[in-house]
Design a protein around this ligand. Sequence first.
Ligand code: M6R
Length: 609
Amino acid sequence: MCGIVGYVGEREASGVLVHGLQLLEYRGYDSAGLAVLANGDVSVRRSVGKLKNLENLLAVEPLPGKSGIGHTRWATHGRPSEANAHPHRAGRVVLIHNGIIENFLELRAELQASGREFSSETDTEIVAHLIDDEMARGRDLAAATRAAIARLEGSFALVVMSSDEPGKLFAAKSATPIVIGLGDGENFVASDVPALLDYTRDMLFLEDGEMAEISSAGVRLSLFDGTPVEREPRRITWDPVTAQKSGYKHFMLKEINEQPQATIDTMRGRLLVESGDVTLEDLESSNDWWNQVERIDLVACGTAWHACLVGKFFIEKLARVPCNVDYGSEFRYRDPILDGRGMLLAVSQSGETADTLAAVEAARAAKVRTAAICNVVDSSIARRSDAVLYTHAGPEISVASTKAFVTQLTALLLIAIHIGRRRGTLAADASGELIESLLHLPGPMRDALAMADEIDALARRYVNAENFLFVGRGLNYPIALEGALKLKELSYIHAEGYPAGELKHGPIALISETMPVVVLLPKNGAYAKTLSNMKEVESRGGQIIVVTDVDDPAVEEVANDVIRVPTVHSLLMPIILSIPLQLLSYFVAVHRGTDVDQPRNLAKSVTVE
Ligand code: M6R
């Protein structure tokens, strides 16, 4: 997720581009850059860190000109650095990109073999070289761009310019958004609507497989193969704040809805469908460890700690490696066993959580091998770990973690499959079935998201509760913990998560008519036993909300409310069950009028002990 802006017209392009990038900085903020055409040349300015640094650079080295492109980056391939910042240039081609080119290693090898040299670690630079290569064979920019994108695998929103064709921008889309803003004698392009709202409200949204040729005189749409496309513009009436949230009321709701795509981005390029394997190039250097390791310490805080609890289940079941799950704040103070037979796997969205980082440092000091699952590229935990697997979920703005959690679960499952296959504990047919289910998971996730109105109505009924219990079993028990954490941090309602079987050992004393109990009841998760736990709650007057994939009259009889979710592979149920719980917390918070995106007393990244 990066921010993209482009402009062609009569204004000074750099002003339009910087203003657009300011409005998109929430999409990426590790580096930024601009390219502007003037006097037959395209000049580029780039800078690491916040957009302010680029603005300072432009004050000293301005970029006059009437057409150009700008980008604010959220690193995926290659750490945040000036060399890796966009725009990228190859010969006469300059471009910006949002997305991931999966086959970039093969393409780079091929281009290097033909004598091309690269100045960055990015997948994006490959595309600039491919287009330049096609232009060197006599193609114009449009034809060269078409020929290049025909070779790309993965997702991309691209905006390309060249000094050979002044006053023209070409945009192309595959699985990553691009919108074109229509002006009078000027036109715009961006990754998101907010960047353009101060200039126009008439927008054309590109569909997957489409390209646009943008000049000050007009915009022409076509398919990648050149077939013309006709589309009426849409008039956007969103206010600027709503636009930043893509029309959603809160970042949290936007991020909840981004989960199917975020899950695809975590899996992208890592599933080998035919062999039933998972390839984790990022962890390649740690392959030997996976074979030898006798024990894994999973360490994290908060929501990421809940992901680790599910991860322990995945790794022990599929790879038969014993796992221990620790809070970052506990790990280093409890004199853990740190020896060459174990390894530490840290999980963190931000990669900056002080307690988790301290655990990584403690492991390093003891010469224990470390790996990390992070969302933020080149974050402290990512840099301090021996190997890192990025979730590629894009920036998570809301303090309450949602898409980061679901992508951490996905990454942990990929690791479990990877180790299980390497160690021979997971048969190819079982892993093939799991991979197939993972590939289809975004569909059921969208079905679960489509229950938002139903869950909103449910939230209204329980909005005045002062306590909540969440119960589940097995790998879904951590989802009960996560459901309780989400509810308390968003709505300030006291909530507890328990293994369902543990109720009778104490918490059942809390049950009364004023206690809603959310029961996670998937078909494959000790169904009959959890059903009898529910009956224990019912007989003590508790109000039962069941989240289940089963259509069972016995459940209807006992439950006050039933949320029916789609059935998926049993190991993927934690992901599906998380969605209604996130929505429940969200809507309860909305109806209680709390600050959804920035709950009181909390910070997005906890960088102090
Ligand atoms: O950035 P991290 O994943 O390391 O953050 C860990 C926790 O601080 C975080 O998950 C926190 O619990 C969230 N607010 C939960 O929604």
